[in-house]
Design a protein around this ligand. Structure first.
Ligand code: TTP
Ligand code: MG
Length: 358
């Protein structure tokens, strides 16, 4: 991409606080204030623990037995991936309101490039604050956010004030921030790498900066080049979202199961959001619409989807008709309503362009 300025970007890194454990507390409020860990892993180790359990020294990847010794009252729960995916999807929907440049790293973590977002006078910090608020309102879960000019720093920033953190490293603060930054915080510095650095008495990025690029390469190989950049707070990696999107939808999971009357009342809000999100797609990523669709998930998790051919976003009445049709199929209260459009796929697009050329 020509003309792209990689030095002047605004990147937000979002990482949910003790994600799996927080979901457990959300769905079972009686767990609040008690030490909770998620087990059920293959090797008898914990996936994560809530902050109460962490006070006892309980950590991710710790053998369950060790955790129980440290914290005898620890409440152990099994993983529930379907539920994590559902909430992760809800969180993604919040991101999409603000940018379409999203790179998810896992169910609970993503980079957002918000350089083009002009809300809050272009303040990415205020935008991050808004995103945290919207995530909480939509899911009841708490996120930590980091704001910085690149991915490397944004990820460190989101961890800086966890939990419920919001930390910004502005461009003019980068040099000061990295000077005292422990090299252990650098992406990809594992146990072995850290020992190697410590052997040279390298504690901080400031220490690393004293090395020439050549010397770093001689001592650390290709990794040395990354270290040279990271230690100066430089990182040119792009936020890479999948651009070959096949559909776009807005889905809402409700706190209570809704009957047809209530679903009709929810529809306009979801429709407006879909409209907004379509408008937000940048020019170069826009594709023709093939169908509009509506999705319902019943209270007992049956999914039904109704499609209708349309080459544009039809008006709300059309979606109302789809709602009646979908609801009729199951005739049961629903826990989720989604509206969406499917795009022409790139292959048929290519054919279309070829035909036009002739
Ligand atoms: P993390 O974001 O690393 O951890 P976390 O969200 O539990 O806690 P926090 O971010 O507040 O420090 O991982 C996200 C989820 O991934 C976590 O909830 C459970 C899962 N996970 C594992 O299954 N095994 C692991 O070793 C780690 C680190 C996480
Ligand atoms: Mg997390």
């Amino acid at each position: 991409m020509s003309g792209e300025n990689l030095e002047n970007r605004k990147i937000i890194h979002i990482d949910m606080d003790c994600f799996y454990a927080a979901v457990e507390e959300l769905d079972f409020p009686e767990l609040k204030g008690k030490p909770v860990a998620i087990g059920g892993g293959r090797r008898g180790v914990l996936s994560t623990a809530n902050y109460k359990a962490r006070e006892f020294g309980v950590r991710s990847a710790m053998p369950t037995k060790t955790a129980q010794r440290l914290c005898p009252h620890l409440i152990l729960r099994n993983s529930r991936f379907d539920r994590y995916r559902e909430l992760s999807h809800e969180i993604r929907q919040v991101f999409l309101r603000h940018t379409d440049l999203i790179e998810p790293l896992s169910l609970d973590e993503a980079y957002l490039d918000v350089s083009k977002n002009k809300d809050f006078g272009g303040s990415a910090t205020w935008l991050a604050k808004r995103i945290k608020k919207e995530i909480f309102e939509k899911t009841g879960l708490i996120a930590s956010a980091g704001v910085a000019p690149n991915k490397f720093l944004a990820k460190i920033a989101s961890d800086w004030q966890k939990p419920d953190g919001l930390f910004t490293i502005a461009p003019d603060q980068v040099a000061g921030f990295v000077k005292d930054l422990d090299v252990a915080k650098i992406n990809g510095v594992g146990k072995v790498g850290l020992e190697h650095l410590r052997r040279w008495n390298i504690q901080t990025c400031g220490d690393l900066q004293k090395w020439t690029k050549e010397d770093l390469f001689k001592e650390f190989g290709n990794w040395g080049a990354s270290l040279f950049n990271y230690s100066r707070g430089i990182d040119h990696r792009r936020v890479s979202s999948k651009s070959d999107r096949k559909s776009l939808s807005v889905e809402n999971t409700f706190f209570e199961d809704l009957d047809l009357q209530d679903l009709k009342l929810k529809l306009p809000e979801i429709y407006q959001e879909l409209r907004q999100r379509l408008d937000n797609i940048s020019e170069e990523k826009r594709k023709p619409i093939k169908t509009i669709y509506l999705k319902l998930k019943t209270f007992d998790f049956e999914i039904t989807t109704v499609d209708q051919a349309y080459s544009y976003l039809a008006n709300m009445d059309e979606f109302q008709k789809l709602l009646l049709k979908a609801y009729d199929r199951k005739a049961k209260p629903a826990r989720l309503l989604g509206l969406g459009v499917r795009f022409e796929d790139s292959d048929s697009l290519r054919t279309l362009q070829v035909e036009l050329k002739i």
